[in-house]
Design a protein around this ligand. Structure first.
Ligand code: PMP
Length: 430
């Protein structure tokens, strides 16, 4: 059989780029390996690969793409920014405009600072919380990914009172001593951790709605209780809204859930597809940041006009009437359609969906925490992923990821996707 252009490019990529990819999940490790498809062009809800195949995209670039690829308003804003010079190293009016938009959307942020990635945003919120509280340790929740900075790449030990161990080589175990990991959606282990370490906890870091072991919503009252206990311990509450920011509603997860944190980290959607991160919070906390305060954070690329312009344009699109209603309607259609076909073919699945984002877990059980997500069937997901890809449906290559809808998806896209789901489940049932 002829070798495909993706296969050729992957071979070449492996000669020059470590592992052939610039982010590990792109190498299909989550679905048992294989040649990643090299995409050439994207428009609306669709991708075209280097072999001329067309796909419906549900990866959404792991979250940033909510308006659809190549949205004309965003594209035009980026083009204009490019013509005016993409990087100044000076302040610009665009930064003010965008900061105001973010603050209006998310009122818990009195002051913001732009950075270049979600990793940087989260990393800095922790530094600022440590500076503010004069404490070192953090609590985070098992299974949530908060970027690749040292402190948050630490996983749980065997229980809440055990300190973590690094998840990656190259992270000193001394760093892991400052991280306590507890299960999401369970208040008792969280309380135990606070009882044991409370006076040393600078911050509690949480994805208010989890996006990193599938879409998992907090149980009724969970975040409220986390917030109260966190504040009772004299610690700060940080929401990592890198995925959830502007994903489910314009005011982000904190508005949807009516729980406001002390600090928020943003990324992904707010860059309209260009590199970005932002963090913000209460004014007395943010005043810890240089040049006002002793917590240092800087960036050559931070607040660059291209990312600002793309982000402003993206948010302008999201302000239009009916955006989130459309995402919800299409999400419901997709969810119901997948469930119907699973039942028809006797495939056991659970779908966690919130508006235009959903995760299909191969299990009979509900999924409310990382252990339950981990226990779902990885092999079945891998088979499903490949069957879908062969039929032109591009999903994220991991059972832990979400399907992200965009406002560019149409009813026709959903119907075509459901046909592919039907065939995939039929194949999997035999
Ligand atoms: N926080 C969360 C919740 C994320 O999902 C991610 C990335 N998937 C990050 C932080 C890191 O963002 P980035 O990849 O932009 O550094």
């Amino acid at each position: 059989m002829d070798i495909t252009n993706s296969e050729k490019l992957y071979k070449e990529a492996q000669e020059h780029i470590v592992g052939g990819v610039n982010s590990p999940s792109r190498a299909y490790k989550g679905v048992g390996g294989g040649t990643p498809i090299f995409m050439e062009k994207a428009k609306g809800a669709h991708f075209w690969d280097v072999d001329g195949n067309k796909y419906i995209d549900y990866l959404g670039a792991y979250g940033p793409i909510i308006t659809g690829h190549g949205h004309p308003h965003i594209a035009e804003s980026i083009t204009n920014a490019a013509h005016n010079g993409v990087l100044y190293g000076t302040p610009t009016a665009l930064e003010n405009k965008f900061a105001k938009m973010l603050k209006e959307a998310i009122p818990s942020m009195d002051k913001v600072r732009f950075v270049n990635s979600g990793t940087e945003a989260v990393m800095t919120t922790i530094r600022v919380a440590r500076a503010y509280t004069n404490r070192n340790k953090i609590i985070k929740f098992a299974g949530s990914y908060h970027g690749h900075s040292d402190l948050v790449l630490v996983a749980a030990g065997s229980g809440p009172s055990t300190l973590g161990t690094p998840d990656s080589a190259g992270i000193p175990s001394s760093i892991a001593e400052d991280v306590i990991t507890v299960p999401f959606n369970e208040i008792e282990p969280f309380k135990e951790a606070l009882d044991k370490w409370g006076g040393q906890i600078a911050a509690v870091l949480v994805e208010p709605i989890v996006g990193n072991f599938g879409i998992v919503e907090p149980n009724e009252g969970f975040l409220e209780e986390v917030k109260t206990l966190t504040h009772n311990a004299g610690s700060l509450l940080i929401f990592d809204e890198v995925i959830t920011g502007f994903r489910f509603t314009y005011g982000s997860a904190q508005q949807l859930l009516h729980v406001e944190p002390d600090m928020t980290a943003l990324g992904k959607i707010i860059g309209g597809g260009l590199p970005i991160g932002a963090y913000g919070g209460r004014v007395d906390i943010m005043e810890q940041v240089a040049p006002l305060g002793p917590a240092y954070q800087a960036g050559t690329m931070a607040g660059n006009p291209a990312s600002m312009a793309a982000g402003i344009a993206c948010l302008e699109v999201l302000q239009e009437d009916g955006v989130y209603e459309k995402l919800d309607r299409l999400g419901a259609k997709l969810e119901n359609g997948i469930l119907e076909r699973a039942e028809k073919h006797g495939i056991h699945i659970t779908i966690n969906r919130l508006k235009g984002a959903l995760t299909v877990f191969f299990t009979d059980e509900k999924v409310e925490n990382y252990d339950q997500a981990e226990a779902t069937n990885k092999e079945q997901f891998g088979t499903f992923f490949k069957l879908m890809l062969d039929q032109g449906i591009n999903l994220a290559p991991s059972k832990f990821e979400a399907w992200f809808l965009t406002i560019a998806h149409t009813d026709e896209d959903i119907e075509q996707t459901l046909k592919a789901v039907d065939y995939s489940f039929e194949q999997m049932a035999v």
